[in-house]
Design a protein around this ligand. Structure first.
Ligand SMILES: C[S@@+](CC[C@H](N)C(=O)[O-])C[C@H]1O[C@@H](n2cnc3c(N)ncnc32)[C@H](O)[C@@H]1O
Length: 382
């Protein structure tokens, strides 16, 4: 049989419990397993047999999933919704216990919702925009907990405390804020029967890692049954990691770091979102094939100059960052931020080089934008 034996989960009774619970509830999960998928021991999902393109790898019944709240809610408010659901219906909560145990333990998650606002840690970004960005998000989590956020009262933690004073008093800040990060980073977006887009928790599917270009599955919801399926987008070999694209924004390291606290070391390195012309973290970039050429306004050389100024403004060089990273005593939180800024600098260096090369041969491109500008101008004058 292709079903999993206990030894497949030797490293983790929680994962064995998750598989048992899902199977008891009719999930089809026979041809995948959990494993360590990189040198850092990252957990991920792996195929245990070959799959053809279009084949269903995993089927999760709707009753094993959780609609947490409207998809626009930030993690802080989703955490309030989830905790309130758990308190309100202890039997339901108990029935999901093996799922909750499969999720990362407190202290092992990190994201904008719970960023440490310690000045030394924040300074590691070498980027005021990012410091500000995580500050706004982490403060929101704190404010929703205290009832001080500028949003509806029902979305904030004191509303739960008022309804369930005894049970709510047992929830510490650490637990709530962990949930704020979890509901932001382990949820999917799907419509419910009323066609309202929800943040949804999908057991096991939420243990698959992100891959942009080259991912091998997507997740879909059946309109009739409301069940969820993971489908192969190309042939998959036994032993291959199962990945899907959380969103293409994660292909930019600043977006992935702030939102999910991971980085990809790709060759060639890609410019960060914030280093694209007019780039900022809440923008969506539809075009990813062209990593170095600025689009629209600005022009090539203008962007090269911007990147050169940026590079000169960093307090440390790539070599100095490397030296810091050689220190084995760095905390994992500090290490990843330094790794991030090193990758960012490498991408900026390459970006400048590419733009300068391109500018030599892209005369026609520059000329075209001038023509368009002149055209607009004369049109306005008419
Ligand atoms: C939805 S979970 C995926 C499962 C996770 N690896 C686990 O074991 O619980 C999202 C988290 O997984 C990690 N992750 C996802 N994709 C990754 C990738 N391409 N590289 C490194 N870490 C990744 C990040 O820590 C992220 O916050």
């Amino acid at each position: 049989s292709s079903s999993l034996s206990a030894s497949d989960h030797e490293h983790s009774p929680e994962i064995a419990g998750l598989f048992d619970w899902l199977k008891e509830n009719g999930a089809k999960i026979d041809n995948i397993k959990m494993d360590r998928v990189n040198k850092n021991g990252l957990r991920g999902v792996v195929a245990t047999r070959d799959f053809k393109a279009g084949e269903v790898l995993v089927h999760i019944p709707n009753k094993c999933t959780i609609d947490v709240g409207p998809y626009t809610m930030p993690g802080a408010e989703l955490a309030v919704q989830l905790l309130s659901k758990q308190i309100e219906d202890p039997a339901w909560n108990q029935s999901f216990s093996r799922y909750f145990e499969s999720l990362p333990a407190w202290g092992t998650l990190y994201s904008k919702e719970i960023w440490k606002l310690d000045p030394d840690h924040m300074a590691l970004f070498q980027e005021p925009y990012l410091e500000h960005y995580v500050q706004v998000n982490a403060n929101w989590t704190r404010d929703v907990w205290n009832g001080a956020a500028e949003t509806d009262e029902w979305k904030q933690w004191p509303a739960v405390k008022a309804r369930f004073p005894v049970e709510a008093a047992k929830i510490p800040w650490e637990h709530y804020s962990h949930y704020a990060s979890l509901t932001a980073t382990y949820t999917f977006v799907f419509p419910n029967l009323a066609k309202e887009y929800q943040r949804v928790m999908l057991p096991l599917l939420d243990l698959c890692n992100h891959k942009g270009i080259g991912s091998n599955t997507f997740v879909t919801k059946d309109v009739r049954s409301q069940d969820y399926e993971m489908v192969a987008t190309r042939p998959i070999k036994a032993g291959e990691e199962i990945t899907h694209t959380y969103n293409m924004d994660n292909e930019r390291n600043d977006y992935a770091l702030i939102n999910y606290f991971f980085l990809q070391r790709v060759d060639p390195p890609r410019l960060c979102t914030i280093d694209l012309p007019d780039g900022h973290l809440d923008a969506t970039f539809a075009e990813y094939d062209d990593h170095y050429l600025p689009r629209d306004k600005g022009g090539l050389l203008h962007h090269a100059q911007y990147l050169e100024d940026k590079l000169a403004s960093f307090p440390t060089t790539v070599a100095e960052d490397e030296k810091l990273l050689a220190n084995k005593k760095l905390s994992w939180l500090d290490r990843r931020v330094i790794e991030f800024r090193r990758e960012r600098k490498l991408s900026i260096q390459l970006g400048i080089k590419r733009i300068r090369e391109q500018a030599k041969t892209a005369y026609s491109l520059l000329q075209m934008s001038e023509v368009e500008e002149n055209h607009k101008f004369s049109h306005n004058e008419l």
